[in-house]
Ligand binder design. Structure first.
Ligand code: SF4
Length: 328
């Protein structure tokens, strides 16, 4: 069966103005997301990784229009989301849901879990009271909790259980796409694996498509079919998960991968230590924005922006090491 993109993103940008003085004069802009394009096929998981501030979460929020893009297109099931009215977008959110990093902050502490899970059904006019209660109980069971948990409040749960509630809430409207923004980063390592396994089981059961945002390549590898790597607002490499881990092309991806621990204790991996910190996004370096930290920097890297180009089937990279791909 031919797979078709469920979501297509083209030239997505988010620029935040930098304002100064009493009159809040705009003196510059932070290019939080700068010309990002990718697609996600139905039923697959696309991981998006990068250090904090690389624009991955901003990208996720723009896909749901929790943040308005400065420019670019987001096509979901063939429909252009950026041109929908607020009401049309509200309806669309039935099919696109989000799981957040901090389940505690995203669950209303004054509401019982039953009420929290029922809310999306009420918002989207799904079922009567009895049907909604039945569905709440059903989904509590599906994520490994019990019916009696519906009467409890978020603070009565552990971090891992709260994230299960966050996942159940996202599933209530039978969405097609789930954008998970660092869903396991706040959890203990032992709990992370449980939540990741649950997400994988749910994906199979409900034919879900995931965009999985994380700063940890180790976590993303566990769950993703393809992985995109972001640096300072740009997608610098995207490939099949296996391809990326076996043969990362971009020096930044290579450095991120070298920091991922390997399970074999005898296997010594050389860690690539990057010079310096992430540059100020309000004043990014010229040319390739990674040139200030790149061990392979060349003269051209300072002058010309490398474009994301396909290097081999399904594997694209934005780096001058791989031929003439410049945009001066
Ligand atoms: Fe390094 Fe140049 Fe490639 Fe940028 S374009 S990653 S500076 S080699």
């Amino acid at each position: 069966m031919e797979t078709k993109p469920l979501l297509k993103v083209e030239g997505l940008k988010k620029y935040f103005p930098i304002q100064e003085g009493l009159l809040a004069r705009t003196v510059g802009q932070v290019k939080a997301v700068d010309d990002v394009s990718f697609y996600v096929n139905e039923g697959e998981t696309l991981g998006i990784v990068g250090e904090s501030g690389c624009g991955k979460s901003t990208t996720g929020r723009m896909l749901m229009r929790l943040l308005e893009p400065t420019d670019g297109k987001v096509e979901f099931q063939g429909k252009e989301l950026t041109s929908l009215t607020t009401e049309e977008m509200r309806k669309m959110r039935r099919d696109i849901q989000m799981v957040f990093q901090d389940p505690y902050a995203s669950l209303n502490p004054r509401h019982t879990v039953g009420k929290i899970l029922e809310e999306p059904l009420i918002v989207h006019g799904i079922g009567d009271s009895k049907e909604r209660k039945k569905k709440v109980n059903e989904f509590l069971e599906i994520v490994g909790l019990s019916e009696y948990h519906a009467k409890r409040y978020p603070h009565q749960f552990s971090g891992g259980q709260r994230q299960r509630i966050g996942i159940a809430r996202a599933l209530m409207t039978n969405p097609k796409l789930i954008i998970a923004d660092e869903p396991v980063s706040a959890l203990d390592v032992s709990i992370q694996a449980q939540v990741l396994n649950l997400m994988q089981d749910l994906q199979k059961e409900f034919n879900l498509t995931y965009i999985f945002i994380a700063h940890d390549l180790g976590v993303v590898r566990h769950i993703s079919d393809r992985v995109g790597v972001m640096y300072l607002g740009k997608l610098v490499e995207i490939a099949d998960s296996e391809q990326l881990y076996l043969k990362a092309l971009h020096p930044y991806t290579q450095a991120l991968l070298s920091a991922v621990p390997v399970p074999e204790p005898d296997f010594k991996k050389e860690q690539i230590l990057l010079e310096g910190d992430i540059p100020n996004p309000a004043d990014p370096p010229t040319g390739c924005t990674f040139h200030t930290r790149c061990p392979h920097r060349m003269d051209i890297c300072v002058k010309a922006v490398p474009k994301l180009r396909e290097h081999s089937s399904g594997h694209s990279v934005a780096c001058h090491l791989y031929g003439d791909s410049s945009d001066v």
